[in-house]
Design a protein around this ligand. Structure first.
Ligand code: PGA
Length: 255
């Protein structure tokens, strides 16, 4: 059975001092729980802090992640960070196509697919985010939306698609305290799994994470679902105690 993947998404919340305390507390808690046996745990940190967090997590079971990557290899792209650069800093996971990037930075399905491809080419596992807005859900367009977002990534990545991670993040649940019910999430996860299965013989291998107001109280119910293989955790990943409780829920779901 594959381990759950619990990935923290710090977003634009960090400081040298806060990161140090948070990572040390998470590492201590993971050690006490024996988390390594049942979960892969990562923190996706703002780029300037990769070196700091790498020094803290290096040699530990905590994995390092980034929140975005350029869709270009290198060159005149002011402000962008390349996959090769992330790799040099020990990054193993990279969020791509987060709804905040799609919404505020105009990332299209095609750009997201290209980012996933370039991450894979550099040995980084992309965590590809898909999810519908409230408007789309209310119009009955959830399936159409997530399938369209996923299809673009499958199209560009071909047989490598089994190497990615997916995060289903309903946009209306992100940072709102409004979570999808375990059944609502499972329904979308199952359709994503079927879509992957049409493209690869290894769809079972793909981690499909749930994201959107996952917290210490609701994580267990979500992780108990058959096609939910972990979580992409925003707000609750900034508090060590909450993040550790979510990790512990992954252990209970596995056990
Ligand atoms: P949230 O964010 O847990 O704060 O809702 C999740 C995400 O956006 O990845």
């Amino acid at each position: 059975m594959k381990k759950n993947l619990i990935a923290g998404n710090w977003k634009m919340n960090a400081s040298l001092e806060a990161n140090d305390a948070l990572v040390r507390a998470v590492l201590a808690g993971m050690g006490a729980q024996g988390a390594d046996a049942f979960a892969t745990v990562a923190v996706c940190v703002p780029a300037p802090y990769l070196a700091q967090v790498r020094a803290l997590q290096s040699g530990s079971p905590l994995e390092l992640g980034a929140q975005d990557v350029s869709c270009h290899e290198q060159g005149a792209f002011t402000g962008e960070v390349s996959a090769a650069m992330l790799r040099e800093f020990g990054v193993r996971f990279c969020i791509v196509g987060h709804s905040e990037r799609r919404q505020y930075h105009g990332e299209t399905d095609a750009v997201v697919a290209q980012k996933a491809k370039i991450a894979l080419a550099h040995g980084i596992t992309p965590i590809v985010c898909v999810g519908e807005t409230l408007e789309e859900r209310e119009a009955g367009r959830t399936e159409e939306t997530v399938k369209r977002q996923m299809a673009a990534v499958i199209h560009v990545n071909g047989h490598c698609i089994s190497e990615i991670c997916v995060a289903y993040e309903p946009v209306w649940a992100i940072g709102t305290g409004r979570t999808a019910t375990p059944e609502q999430a499972q329904e979308v996860h199952a359709l994503l799994r079927r879509q992957l299965a049409a493209a690869t013989a290894h769809a079972e291998r793909v981690h499909i994470l749930y994201g959107g107001s996952m917290n210490a109280a609701n994580a267990a119910g979500l992780l108990a679902q058959g096609d939910i293989d972990g979580g992409l955790v925003g707000g609750a990943s900034l508090k060590a105690a909450d993040f550790l409780q979510i990790i512990a829920s992954a252990g209970r779901a596995a056990g």
